[in-house]
Design a protein around this ligand. Structure first.
Ligand SMILES: *[C@@H]1O[C@H](CO)[C@@H](O)[C@H](O)[C@H]1NC(C)=O
Ligand SMILES: *[C@@H]1O[C@H](CO)[C@@H](O)[C@H](O)[C@H]1NC(C)=O
Ligand SMILES: *[C@@H]1O[C@H](CO)[C@@H](O)[C@H](O)[C@H]1NC(C)=O
Length: 918
């Protein structure tokens, strides 16, 4: 028999006294890392064991743990809180799926085989909810690309034109479990048959399901659980720039401009040019369409065509069929014509449902385009509704050709007064220009929000250099030159734009719609749309301020977080900043929304006497001068945005929660030098306490600003206008109804960590009791460490979980006596963990806090292990093996096997393992 402790001796430079832990060398040589089957009975959610299937353990000693060593790459793992509770084989598929999703494939989920398999057992909507939770991306099932034929062919065994049979599905399901190295297989084939049965029921195509129906099932069988209270799925919008000016017909050679007194004729321009007509300069695009401004009144272009806006929903592209819906229950699925000469499909809507031409039919033509006008209440799952935006350089008045597409009126009672605004009312002549409340301008103390860093708000040019994070309460600020700064500049391009519509569209709408855009939207004109973090950088400073207020010193915060290197060499503070400053945490919003949100987040302007935008509201001086009218229009637009902030928080709750969870998980990785505060727990409590004030914070501020505005308008009317406010200000007579949201959706689940012996605590281990009654204690000092886990800590030697050594497990599955389910627990250092799963530490605190001498357990993949310890050689200073399994019986049998075969002079310990704090 070869010596047992080769690896361990190399790993633990100082082994004093009785404690020496070893992995049997046969195990190391065999490289056998089969998943212990006893763990499959675990109720724990994801087995990280399954994802570390390739753990070729080398017998060679690892390279020595250099201090400050560079990155220890960690596989990103499914976040347990993002998974729902389901049958375990299904859970493994779902975990593999959500692990596999990244920014590049978030809309091609059905090109990932484990996602297709997971959807069949986990549900399409729930799977997408889990993907969103894991990644922070906004994902819709109807936006997903079609199931690729390569995957379908795999399911139907190459018989492309065949429908999927039950046997095909069973083979596919088990095949995927094998492919993802699942630790768990269904307890019975009936479980899998039941998954299939649910799909055949939905498809209603008999006992088999053809490609088209299976693809439809993937897209429409269920929708993600929305975090908002909306009853209908949120419409997806796409923004199209809209130049309302007339265009010369194609093929025309000249263009004529006519006023009442003169005629100007030019050749159709081939480059951007300008023409002067009656003293007014008009800029023309190549082809002759006037750009940047409306065609001035009094000038016409005979023969040019004024464009009409096509309000139809755009069906999803490259799909075999398009589904049309209408409330309450109209659904029709129409196959897309397959060639350009295929006849169009003529679709008739529900009886009585007419479009603006009075027809209730429309056509679907190749390659999936709608001809004719859809009646207003027809929807297309997965389609996008076009919404108009002014061209980028547009100045002057621009009228939304389809204002209902984004600013739907919120209350029926209000719409009558809104539509009463007369055409003689002054139109806005300036872009939205309300200044920020003074309280919100000190951004460097709060953490720089993405667009305050633009060098010039009117040019949209982001200032070079990353965003930074201050912590003024502990002297980390710009003045001291020690701001934490992201070396990378993160900018949102394609993303979601949350808007209530343009200011120019007017009205009283407060419906906030998500619009998918490819780049910074134009909004109310250049510089009026901001990219912003949903979860703000400033929260980090607010959180540390709160723990400072609880008595934690600045030195502790600075030494353990701001100045401390983390697992991958970045300082922890930079890791926290970078968890926040990333594209999945960013959206586009109108500047007015950004300002309104700042009031809530910064918790200022909170009283009726001092509401948001009070200083600007006070400047309203009359109802007729251009500057005052523009000011009133801006204020109405601001108040409508403020009233929509609740909807904003509701819509972005999943993004907020996912980012907060990343921050919480990052805090859970920190091992401070002393156990002054349990960072992830304190963070969750602080965030929970804060966010529950937001719903009232939103509604009260909107009400206060509206009332302040209403009073100001009334005062001005009394002074100037016999008490009459002109009907041109539609919000004035309307009682606004500010929106709210479910604050719980923003806060990640609280960590369920042991309450005593928190990270930073040091102590020694009592491993059990010898047959002679003497306690067996180790002499090494161990440190409780942050392991980045929501339920357990790490235990090891060194500064933190990655820089030092910590406990890991090696499989004993090759020993029949070990029931194919035992592991040996060992201490290992950086450089070794490749594939060896982490063993975590669970002190049994029983509600006690602080440092406590208590029994503890080791935990593997969320499962508490039963351990039996072997003193390998009788006598003092003898090494100890820790043999563990999911059940005590297996651990004891296995330990006895080693005792009799390998350690004939050793003995077993009894009693619990105890942690004894220093
Ligand atoms: C397993 O590890 C070996 C050695 O590091 C590597 O060559 C191989 O590509 C890995 N296989 C997988 C599936 O990751
Ligand atoms: C479509 O069908 C309707 C009646 O169902 C008919 O009136 C209409 O003319 C048809 N349109 C075309 C283009 O065939
Ligand atoms: C690993 O262990 C399993 C289960 O005991 C066994 O079937 C397999 O042959 C072993 N593989 C190696 C390479 O030893």
């Amino acid at each position: 028999m070869r010596p047992v402790f080769v690896l361990v001796a190399a790993l633990l430079p100082v082994v004093h006294g009785a404690l020496l832990l070893g992995i049997p060398s046969e195990q190391l040589a065999a490289g056998n890392t089969s998943v212990p089957s006893s763990f499959s009975k675990s109720a724990a959610p994801v087995s990280t064991f399954t994802s570390s299937a390739n753990s070729s353990i080398s017998n060679a000693p690892p390279t020595s743990p250099a201090v400050g060593m560079a990155t220890v790459p960690r596989k990103r793992a499914a976040i347990p809180a993002c998974l729902k509770t389901v049958e375990l084989s299904c859970l493994n598929l779902a975990a593999n799926c959500i692990d596999s999703v990244n920014a590049g494939n978030v809309n091609t989920l059905w090109s990932i085989k484990s996602c297709v398999a997971a959807a069949t057992c986990y549900g399409v909507g729930d799977l997408i909810t889990s993907v969103e939770c894991q990644t922070g991306f906004v994902v819709t099932n109807s936006a997903q690309a079609a199931l690729p034929s390569s995957i379908y062919n795999g399911i139907v065994m190459g018989c492309t034109s065949c429908a999927i049979t039950q046997q095909n599905y069973i083979d596919f399901y088990y095949g995927q479990l094998t492919a993802v190295n699942s630790a768990n297989f269904p307890s019975s084939i009936d479980v899998v048959k039941a998954f299939w049965s649910a799909i055949t029921t939905w498809a209603a195509t008999g006992s088999t399901v053809p490609y088209m129906n299976f693809n439809d099932w993937l897209h429409f069988s269920s929708f993600p659980v929305t975090t908002t209270t909306t009853t209908t799925p949120v419409t997806t919008f796409t923004q199209i720039t809209w130049n309302p000016n007339p265009a010369p017909t194609s093929g025309a050679v000249s263009e004529t401009f006519v006023t009442s007194t003169i005629t100007v004729i030019i050749a159709i321009p081939t480059a951007t040019t300008s023409v002067v007509v009656g003293g007014i300069s008009i800029t023309l695009a190549p082809g002759g369409t006037p750009i940047n401004n409306p065609l001035p009144p009094g000038i016409t272009i005979p023969g040019a065509t004024t464009p009409t806006w096509n309000p139809n929903i755009i069906p999803p592209t490259s799909v075999p069929s398009v589904t049309f819906t209408a409330p309450p229950s109209f659904t029709t699925i129409v196959a897309v014509p397959t060639a350009s000469n295929s006849p169009p499909k003529n679709i008739t809507g529900p009886p009585g449902d007419k479009n603006s031409d009075g027809d209730n039919w429309w056509l679907l033509v190749f390659p999936g385009v709608i001809d004719g006008l859809l009646p207003a209440d027809i929807g297309i799952p997965g389609g996008v509704k076009p919404t108009a935006a002014p061209p980028p350089d547009w100045t002057g008045v621009w009228t939304d050709p389809d204002p209902t597409s984004t600013s739907t009126h919120n209350s029926a009672s209000a719409s009558s007064s809104a539509s009463s605004s007369s055409s003689s009312c002054p139109q806005p002549t300036a872009a939205y220009s309300l200044s920020d409340d003074d309280e919100n301008s000190d951004w460097e103390d709060l953490g720089s929000d993405p667009d305050r860093r633009r060098s010039n708000i009117m040019t949209n040019v982001a200032r070079a250099g990353g965003r930074s994070m201050a912590f003024t309460d502990c002297e980390i600020n710009k003045a001291n030159g020690n701001l934490v700064t992201n070396p990378i500049t993160v900018d949102l391009k394609a993303g979601t734009y949350y808007t209530i519509g343009t200011k120019a569209a007017g009205g009283i709408g407060i419906a906030l719609n998500p619009i998918v855009v490819n780049d910074r939207p134009v909004g109310n004109g250049g510089g009026t749309v901001a990219q912003e973090h949903v979860f703000e950088i400033g929260y980090i400073g607010q959180f540390f301020k709160s723990i400072k207020n609880q008595g934690v010193s600045c030195a502790w915060i600075v030494n353990n977080v701001y100045d401390q290197d983390g697992w991958d060499g970045r300082k922890w503070a930079l890791s926290l900043l970078q968890e926040i400053d990333q594209v999945p945490n960013m959206v586009w919003v109108d500047k007015a929304m950004n300002q309104a949100k700042s009031n809530v987040v910064n918790q200022n302007k909170a009283t009726a006497a001092d509401p948001p935008q009070m200083a600007n509201i006070k400047k309203i001086s009359d109802f007729t001068t251009t500057s005052s009218v523009n000011l009133i229009q801006d204020i109405e637009y601001f108040i409508r945005n403020l009233a929509a902030v609740g909807t904003y928080f509701g819509h972005t709750a999943a993004i907020f929660q996912a980012t907060a969870l990343r921050v919480q998980n990052c805090l859970a990785q920190i091992t401070p030098n002393t156990p002054d505060v349990n960072l992830p727990v304190a963070f969750n409590v602080w965030l929970r306490t804060l966010i529950q004030t937001y719903p009232l914070g939103c509604t009260s501020r909107a009400t206060n600003s509206f009332n302040y505005y209403h009073n100001r308008m009334t005062t001005v009317a009394n002074q100037l206008n016999n008490g009459v406010v002109p009907q041109c200000f539609p919000l004035f007579p309307v009682a606004i109804n500010p929106t709210t949201f479910t604050w719980q959706n923003l806060v990640p689940p609280p960590p369920n960590l042991p309450t005593c012996n928190i990270p930073g605590t040091e102590g020694i281990l009592q491993l059990g009791v010898n047959p002679n009654g003497a306690a067996e204690k180790g002499v090494d000092t161990y440190r409780v460490m942050g392991a980045g886990h929501a339920d357990f800590y790490g235990l090891g030697i060194g500064t933190d979980f990655m820089a030092g050594s910590h406990f890991v497990a090696g499989s004993l599955a090759q020993y029949p006596s070990c029931g194919n389910g035992a592991v040996v627990v060992d201490l290992t250092g950086p450089g070794t963990p490749a594939g060896l799963p982490d063993v975590l530490f669970s002190p049994q605190c029983n509600g006690q806090t602080g440092k406590q001498t208590v029994p503890f357990s080791f935990v593997l993949n969320g499962q508490t292990l039963s351990c039996t310890l072997i003193v390998t050689v009788a006598g003092k200073n003898s090494p100890v093996e820790i043999i563990c399994a999911g059940s005590a019986a297996v651990a004891v049998t296995c330990a006895n096997f080693f005792l009799s075969n390998r350690y004939p002079t050793g003995h077993l310990l009894t009693g619990p393992m105890m942690f004894i704090p220093s």
